[in-house]
Design a protein around this ligand. Structure first.
Ligand code: GAL
Length: 811
């Protein structure tokens, strides 16, 4: 506390609630709230229309952030519109009526805040946003993926109401996949004293020794005041149990008026608890800034102590231990919510990936949401953190700087990627020069990590590939002899920045172009891709490859491959858009984890195919598997390493049973039974107690089951959801790549519903700020309904809220 004023030294307040939203228009001035006529850039606070603080937005819709208006739009099939990339949501230049979004938020600050520095931080807006406060133009930010801030001290009103206005223009695309639209990440109001830790102003570097770690703490203090001053910083390191394990105090240094000063401190931590995949221990650096004796700021930085190393012959090492990169690439959207993920969904997704042995995540192809990195830090997931585009113009170079400055304290990050498949320049001398500049920018800000790039240009070693530290291969199959390459570049570590691109639809076992489904037998992939077994075998034989990132962990909206309409999403995922496993999930789980895995597929509901051969397959890490149909042995086989087993079995309804053996002993068994008609619904929430913070969510999986409780693998019944108590539905999904049903029902009083797809669908429910018990009911015509209750409980502050008080901390 600042004792005189009884005020916290620093506040970082979430600004996610009470926004008003309306679609504007990219070509019709009236429908764009007189944006042009209001001369938004001519004179401060004279702009008219929605920019003006007095504008009447009473007929705009109330929304909470994160918000993605693209996911709310109907799907549209238009052949000349190129909206397939966006999953057939009418976003982009040809859709002026649905590509501009306006947001307005009233808020107030206290007269007691006079004398403080105030800023607004945006974690990410898609895209090209212009921002006004009380009619003052604050500025423009084009990237849809980088985080940015504005100092609002000079235009905020301390005594009256304030109105923050954002116009987001998603007419232009940045990628070739679904990108969402609007303020799809958090917004924060930050209050500090004039002398404070600068924005992203700390950088902790750790060097691990034998039984100790040497930390170098770089801390930038800024003095935003007309008077020069002197400053001292005290740095304290806390372990995850709250024990202070080291402290260090700086010399007092002069900090001129409106100047910055970097402090560099070294401190030793004895017997450090290393950040690792199974024990992702995080330390907190608490930095206290003082003017004389008086504290002016307290700032927290989460970091980890660990060592990383890429060896050109042996691959990757974490804390001195060889770790094969078992990675996935992911885009950022999810079923039901599009690009606007509540924080908990980031954790849900990382947990799901870890379940089948993933240990690394590539943030393809853009800077991620900060909470995704928090989830990776906390759950133990390595990250290749990717910049959107190769380039060196000021705008792009600044995006790169902001990415590294924002993210460099995350222990999960092991590599920076400067871009992906820049076909126009990757082979050229100019591409090499750009990559060199980008590498320099990265290393100036973070000398501790190497730089990579996703190149899809085969054995090309000139251009961008010749510059980056770690050679990233997008697809070994693209005309290259990697062994030769390795021989010719013995100093270059190599990694599969993208592999597989296998296409499967969950629960489908033959291609059906009309309905947009592909077989889950892992037989479909584009020319550059390969089946899971093929690439896994290739990599395993080449220990100089550090491992690879599979394209992709989850299905994602947009880039509908291999089929366009009616498909609206891709089918590359090892899981579907909801996180329901496809069969390949168990292939990877067999070879990427130590768990005993025994998975049989396909399902055993083939009415009409009696007597016909069905290809029954098994993914497992058992040494041998024996298959039985209705009690009769169909054969016992040895499981090939990194392979699968297969039996042709004439169909008859009943029970398929597999028994798995190791050292001749049965260690696992699994059945696939012919399910009867759909009879009832079953609800399986991923969490039955959530925080009553208006943000936390539970993902409720819905199964359609027969009267013996067996999932009906071909059921597509429509399920209607109702909620009572302190919770709201925020999205529904089913993983069907061709479903044109809404993910959200935004009209007041609408009935939330979703069809099952191959027996499953999902509803995502969010808490309100009230404690209590919420109840979600699922109903479907002719089936027994199901109900589940979820406790919503008062919680401590969410992890990323930094509202710390000096008095409670140190010294
Ligand atoms: C890669 C590309 C990805 C995705 C993928 C589909 O070449 O980097 O973004 O398009 O192909 O296979």
């Amino acid at each position: 506390m600042n004792k005189e004023m009884n005020q916290p030294l620093r506040e970082r307040l979430l600004m996610d609630s009470d926004w008003k939203f309306a679609l504007g228009h990219a070509s019709d001035i009236k429908r764009d709230f007189d944006y042009w006529k209001g001369k938004p850039f001519a004179k401060q606070a004279e702009g008219r229309g929605a920019i003006h603080p007095d504008f009447d937005d009473s007929d705009w819709r109330e929304v909470c952030l994160p918000h993605d208006w693209a996911v709310e739009l109907d799907f549209e099939h238009s052949s000349d519109n190129d909206i397939d990339y966006h999953g057939y949501k009418p976003i982009g230049r040809p859709n002026p009526a649905t590509s501009i979004g306006w947001y307005r938020k009233p808020f107030s600050v206290s007269p007691d805040d006079k004398g403080k520095r105030l800023s607004i931080e945006f974690d990410g807006i898609f895209r090209d946003s212009q921002i006004w406060l009380n009619g003052y133009y604050l500025g423009r930010h084009e990237s849809g993926y980088t985080s940015f801030r504005f100092d609002i001290t000079d235009c905020v009103s301390f005594d009256g109401p304030n109105v923050l206005v954002v116009r987001a223009d998603a007419s232009q695309v940045e990628g070739w996949f679904y990108e969402g639209a609007g303020i799809y990440r958090h917004v924060w109001l930050v209050k500090t004293n004039p002398m404070h830790v600068a924005h992203w102003g700390t950088y902790v570097v750790s060097e691990v020794g034998d039984g100790f770690a040497e930390l170098t703490l770089h801390t930038t203090i800024v003095n935003e005041d007309d008077l020069g001053n002197t400053g001292t910083i005290e740095s304290a390191i806390y372990d995850a149990d709250g024990h202070c394990v080291a402290t260090v105090q700086s010399e007092t240094q002069p900090i001129g008026a409106w100047k910055e000063q970097e402090f560099i401190q070294r401190v030793r931590v004895e017997q450090p608890r290393l950040w690792d995949l199974d024990s992702p221990h995080l330390y907190r650096l608490v930095t206290t800034v003082r003017e004389g004796e008086a504290p002016t700021d307290v700032y927290e930085t989460s970091f980890g102590v660990r060592s990383i190393h890429f060896d050109p012959d042996l691959g990757f090492f974490l804390n001195g231990r060889h770790v094969v990169i078992q990675g996935v690439c992911c885009h950022q959207d999810h079923a039901g919510v599009g690009a606007a993920l509540p924080d908990r969904l980031q954790y849900y997704r990382i947990e799901k990936l870890k379940e089948f042995g993933v240990n690394a995540y590539r943030t393809s192809h853009h800077p991620p949401t900060p909470e995704l990195l928090e989830a990776c830090d906390r759950l133990g997931m390595l990250v290749m953190d990717e910049h959107r585009q190769v380039g060196v113009g000021e705008e792009i170079a600044n995006q790169l700087r902001s990415l590294v400055r924002r993210d460099r304290n995350h222990p999960s990050i092991i590599l920076w990627s400067i871009g992906n498949e820049e076909g126009g320049i990757q082979d050229t001398e100019a591409g090499a020069r750009a990559a060199k500049t980008m590498k320099r920018i990265v290393h100036e800000l973070d000398p501790t990590r190497l730089v990579s790039y996703g190149g899809n240009n085969g054995g090309q070693s000139a251009g961008i590939n010749g510059v980056v530290d770690v050679r990233g291969w997008n697809y070994w199959k693209i005309g290259a002899n990697l062994d030769e390459y390795h021989k010719e570049h013995p100093q270059t570590p190599m990694i599969g920045s993208e592999e597989a691109s296998t296409l499967c639809t969950r629960g489908i076992y033959e291609n059906d172009e009309q309905r947009g489904y592909v077989s889950s037998y892992d037989e479909n992939f584009p020319g550059w891709g390969s089946g899971s077994e093929e690439w896994m075998n290739y990599y395993e034989k080449r220990p100089y490859l550090a491992g690879a990132f599979v394209w992709t962990g989850f299905d994602y909206r947009g880039e509908p491959l291999p089929y366009r309409w009616p498909c609206i999403s891709s089918q590359f995922g090892i899981m579907d858009t909801c996180g329901f496993p496809k069969d390949n999930y168990y292939y990877y789980q067999s070879w990427w984890t130590d768990q005993t895995v025994l998975h049989l597929f396909p399902h055993w509901n083939w009415t009409g195919k009696e007597g016909q051969d069905i290809d029954v397959r098994c993914f497992s890490n058992c040494e041998e598997v024996e298959l039985f149909l209705n009690g009769r042995s169909i054969g016992r086989k040895q499981m090939p390493h990194l392979g699968h087993l297969s039996w042709m079995v004439p169909y008859e309804p009943g029970v398929l049973l597999a028994r798995g053996y190791r050292d001749g002993q049965e260690i696992a068994s699994v059945t696939k039974e012919t399910a009867g008609a759909p009879s009832e619904l079953r609800l399986l929430p991923d969490r039955i107690a959530i925080n009553a913070d208006g943000e936390d969510v539970s993902c409720i999986a819905v199964q359609i089951v027969d009267d013996l409780g067996r999932v009906v693998p071909i059921a597509d019944n429509e399920v209607v959801f109702t909620v009572s108590g302190p919770g709201v539905l925020i999205g529904v999904g089913n993983g069907n790549p061709s479903s044109h049903e809404p993910d959200k029902y935004i009209e007041p009083g609408a009935v939330w519903r979703r069809k099952a797809f191959n027996g499953l669908c999902m509803a995502i429910i969010q808490s309100t700020q009230q404690e209590g018990v919420l109840c979600i009911t699922a109903e479907s015509t002719g089936l027994a309904a199901a109900k589940v209750t979820i406790d919503t409980k008062a919680c401590t502050l969410r992890p990323s809220v930094q509202q710390v008080e000096a008095a409670n901390l140190i010294f």
